[in-house]
Design a protein around this ligand. Structure first.
Ligand code: NAD
Ligand code: MG
Length: 392
């Protein structure tokens, strides 16, 4: 029995994780669940999974949630609140697996806390690697923990690495990593059409059902940019050896190109339950609930180069990775503010990359050798980004 702490249980990855756990009830015990605002969903999860702890973000919500639990079947669950409680549950001695599924920089400290406590870290929260890649990978290594990537592309790359591979190792004989990208909802849109994109259009991903922030990131292709940075840290590869390849069907989830001419790929239906089940069960396998891939109905796999003109976010992410230091943290912070402003209709779709570029140009880039320096860079970039949102 593995004891699981699920950070961000009410989100898209959180729900898929609980679905996989439900399919394999003898394998897992849920020790902690956490949510930002959706108390109703958290309550239903507590009733079903009976965790020892439930964490809500706002201190003000804790009493409300305690009352909700008391009048339910899950009165034994202890309610905690605030960011420090996320770190507390991520470090509980009885927990062996921490699933990091909070969206954005809000997940950073709890993810780092899990790594510092030597947990097996199932990482969906790609932003924490983007912000503090070296620090997080060092924390995993120095504390003897394990990092298993949940992001589908990185999970695919991990599966294409030799047996016994551990995240953070550079493998001799790899020529390049090929990250596949669906291209998002606007792959075939004319550049001019992107000017008046609505929130609904941006969030309507053709292949994947996801949270709002990552859906917008997929539409701008910043998601792929963040994933290039994520891959660079996870597999110790420089930017020039990570190629983005548009593959609109999302059947091949990524590939490793070896120097002997072999290319290894991982395929499957586009459903996050597959990489989640892989990481939960690793090094074994168990069911995920995802249907077998049907090659006859999926008999058209196509590939094309991404357009850096149409999707400037991709270029900005490569530039941040080249610069390194706090540049990726600044890119991420500016993107979070821009996406939030787009979702609340204060910024237009094509202003997202413009705003990020302005913030990057006008920020001081430092070395990212301490958590304080990346947190400072993140905070300063947010202030600058918010000023630009007001003035666009
Ligand atoms: P989501 O918006 O559906 O869920 C986010 C979760 O984080 C929720 O449980 C929410 O309560 C919690 N949360 C949000 N803000 C918080 C805060 N300030 N403090 C504490 N908790 C907070 O997002 P998602 O789509 O599940 O994505 C989660 C992470 O996984 C992201 O980093 C995303 O990039 C990554 N990811 C998602 C997918 C996917 O298919 N959804 C695929 C690959 C990677
Ligand atoms: Mg992905």
């Amino acid at each position: 029995m593995k004891n699981v702490c699920l950070l961000g249980s009410t989100g898209s990855i959180g729900l898929s994780t609980l679905d996989v756990i439900k399919l394999n009830p003898d394998e897992y015990s849920v020790v902690a669940l956490t949510a930002n605002k959706n108390l109703k969903r958290l309550l239903a999860q507590c009733v079903e999974f009976r965790p020892r702890y439930a964490v809500v973000s706002k201190h003000d919500d804790a009493d409300t949630f305690r009352q909700m639990l008391e009048s339910s079947d899950a009165a034994d669950t202890l309610v905690l609140s605030g960011a420090e409680s996320l770190e507390f549950v991520a470090q509980l001695p009885e927990v062996s697996i921490v699933v990091a599924a909070i969206v954005g920089a809000a997940g950073l400290l709890a993810t780092l806390a899990a790594a510092n406590a030597s947990k097996t870290l199932l990482l969906a929260n790609k932003e924490s690697l983007v912000i503090s890649g070296d620090l997080l990978m060092t924390a995993v290594k120095d504390n003897g923990g394990l990092l298993l990537p949940v992001d589908s592309e990185h999970n695919a790359l991990f599966q294409c690495m030799p047996d016994g591979y551990k995240a953070g190792q550079r493998i001799d004989g790899v020529r390049k990593l090929i990250l596949t990208a669906s291209g998002g909802p606007f792959l075939n849109a004319m550049p001019g059409e992107l000017e008046n994109v609505t929130v609904e259009q941006a969030c309507a991903h053709p292949n994947w059902s996801m949270g709002k922030k990552i859906s917008v990131d997929s539409a701008t292709m910043m998601n792929k940019g963040l994933e290039v940075i994520e891959a660079s840290y996870l597999f110790d590869m420089p930017a020039e050896l990570i190629q983005v390849l548009v593959h609109p069907q999302s059947i091949i989830h990524s590939m490793v190109d070896y120097v002997d001419g072999s290319v290894l790929a991982q395929l499957g239906n586009p459903d996050m339950k597959t990489p989640i089940a892989h990481a939960l069960a690793w090094p074994k396998r168990h069911r995920s609930g995802v249907a077998a891939l049907d090659f006859i109905t999926n008999n058209q796999l196509s590939f094309e180069a991404p357009s850096y003109d149409k999707f400037p976010c991709l270029r900005l992410a490569y530039e941040a990775l080249d610069i390194k230091g706090t540049a990726p943290a600044i890119l991420n912070a500016a993107n979070e503010i821009a996406v939030d402003a787009f979702l609340s209709k204060r910024l237009r779709f094509m202003e997202i990359p413009k705003l990020i570029e302005k913030v990057m140009v006008n920020s001081t880039i430092d070395s990212a050798d301490s958590i304080e320096s990346v947190i400072t860079a993140d905070a300063e970039a947010r202030i600058i980004a918010k000023q630009y949102v007001e003035n666009f």
